[in-house]
Design a protein around this ligand. Structure first.
Ligand SMILES: NC(=O)c1ccc[n+]([C@@H]2O[C@H](COP(=O)([O-])OP(=O)(O)OC[C@H]3O[C@@H](n4cnc5c(N)ncnc54)[C@H](OP(=O)(O)O)[C@@H]3O)[C@@H](O)[C@H]2O)c1
Length: 285
C-alpha cells in the first residue's frame, strides 16, 4: 500500500496571541565573519530581510549579540516601520568579546543594558518575544528570572522565551513567568533535546531549533540526499521539511545571508513528506 502523506499546520500561535508562519527567518548570518561586525554585502543583507517578509515570513529571530548590534540594526533599517503581524524575537544574555566568542552574562545589570539597547535598535516600545540566550552558571537563576519577570511587568517585554535549557530549568523559570518558547540546538541528526521538545509540545510552547540545517552526519546526508532526489528538492529543504512534519510546535529560523538560499528555504512549504519518508528520517540518530 502507498504511504500516506504526512501533513502539518502552517502556523503556530506563540503565547496564545502571536500567530506566525512556522517558516521564519534567523537573522544571525547577516553579520560579518564570526558573527562579528557588519556583513560583507550590506545591500544583500537588506534584500534578504525585505524578501523574507515578501515571501510570508512573519517571525524573525535575532539577538543583541549578533554583530553585536548589527543584526538588530539591519532589521530596523530594512523593515521599520514593521508590517502588522511581524513578530521580532530577540535575545540577551551573551557578551561579545571578539569574532566567534560568546561569554555568558545573564546578570540583571547586563540584561537591563542590552534589553534597552534592543528596544532602541529595533525601534519598538515592547519586544514581542525576549529570549534569555543562556542560563548563566555564575548568576543565581532566580536573579535572572526575577529581572525578566519585572521587565515583563513593566511592559518592556510581551513574551519570554529561553534558549539552550533543560526541562528542569524551564520548570524553574515557569515559577516566575509564562515561558512561551524554547530555542535549543536541534536537527534531523542532532536529537539531544528530544525530551525538551516533548515537554514544550505538552506545554504548548514554541520549540525553535537553532542550527536546523546542521552539518549533517554521514547517515543523515545519505538519507537527505536520497529523499531530495525523490522530491526534486534540496537536502536543506528536506531537513527543514522533516522539522515541520516532526512536531506542530516547531518554528523554523533557518539562517542565510543570501536571497537565493532564502528563496530555496521558503520553498520547503511545497514539500509533503510521506509517512515512509518520515520514518526513514526519524531513524537517524
Ligand atoms: N539560541 C542560540 O544559541 C542560537 C545559536 C545559533 C543560531 N541561533 C539562531 O538560529 C538561526 C539558525 O541557525 P544557524 O544560522 O546557525 O544555522 P542554519 O540555519 O542551520 O544554517 C545556516 C548556514 O547554512 C547556510 N544555508 C542556509 N540556507 C542554505 C541553503 N538553502 N543552501 C545552502 N546553504 C544554506 C548558510 O549560509 P549562507 O549564508 O551562505 O546561505 C549558513 O552558513 C540563526 O540565524 C540564529 O537566529 C541561535
Amino acid at each position: 500500500m502507498a504511504a500516506t502523506t504526512a501533513t502539518y499546520p502552517a502556523t503556530f500561535t506563540i503565547g496564545g496571541d502571536l500567530t506566525v508562519n512556522r517558516l521564519g527567518y534567523g537573522a544571525m548570518r547577516i553579520t560579518g565573519e564570526g558573527i562579528w561586525g557588519p556583513p560583507q554585502d550590506h545591500a544583500e543583507s537588506i534584500r534578504v530581510l525585505k524578501r523574507a517578509v515578501e515571501l510570508g515570513v512573519n517571525f524573525i529571530d535575532t539577538a543583541d549579540s549578533y554583530g553585536p548590534n548589527v543584526s538588530e540594526e539591519l532589521i530596523a533599517e530594512a523593515l521599520h516601520p514593521y508590517k502588522q503581524g511581524l513578530v521580532i524575537a530577540t535575545k540577551g544574555g551573551l557578551l561579545r568579546t571578539g569574532p566567534n566568542q560568546w561569554p555568558v552574562d545573564a546578570s540583571p545589570k547586563h540584561l537591563e543594558e542590552v534589553l534597552h539597547g534592543s528596544l532602541k535598535r529595533l525601534k519598538v516600545e515592547q519586544i514581542d518575544l525576549y529570549q534569555l540566550h543562556r542560563i548563566d552558571p555564575n548568576v543565581p537563576m532566580e536573579d535572572t528570572f526575577k529581572f525578566l519577570q519585572k521587565a515583563q511587568q513593566d511592559g518592556f517585554i510581551k513574551h519570554i522565551g529561553l534558549s539552550e535549557v533543560e526541562v528542569d530549568q524551564i520548570k524553574k523559570a515557569q515559577e516566575f513567568f509564562e515561558v512561551v518558547s524554547v530555542q535549543n540546538m536541534y536537527s534531523v541528526d542532532n536529537r539531544k533535546w528530544e525530551s525538551v521538545l516533548d515537554y514544550t509540545r505538552e506545554q504548548n510552547m514554541a520549540f525553535i531549533p537553532w542550527y536546523p540545517l546542521s552539518g549533517g552526519n554521514k547517515e543523515a546526508l545519505a538519507a537527505l540526499d536520497s529523499l531530495a532526489k525523490k522530491h526534486g528538492a534540496t537536502q536543506q529543504q528536506i531537513a527543514l521539511s522533516w522539522l515541520l512534519h516532526h512536531s506542530p510546535n516547531i518554528l523554523l529560523i533557518p539562517g542565510t545571508s543570501k536571497v537565493k538560499h532564502l528563496e530555496e528555504n521558503m520553498k520547503t512549504a511545497d514539500i509533503q513528506l510521506s509517512a515512509d519518508d518520515m520514518a526513514t528520517l526519524d531513524k537517524i540518530k
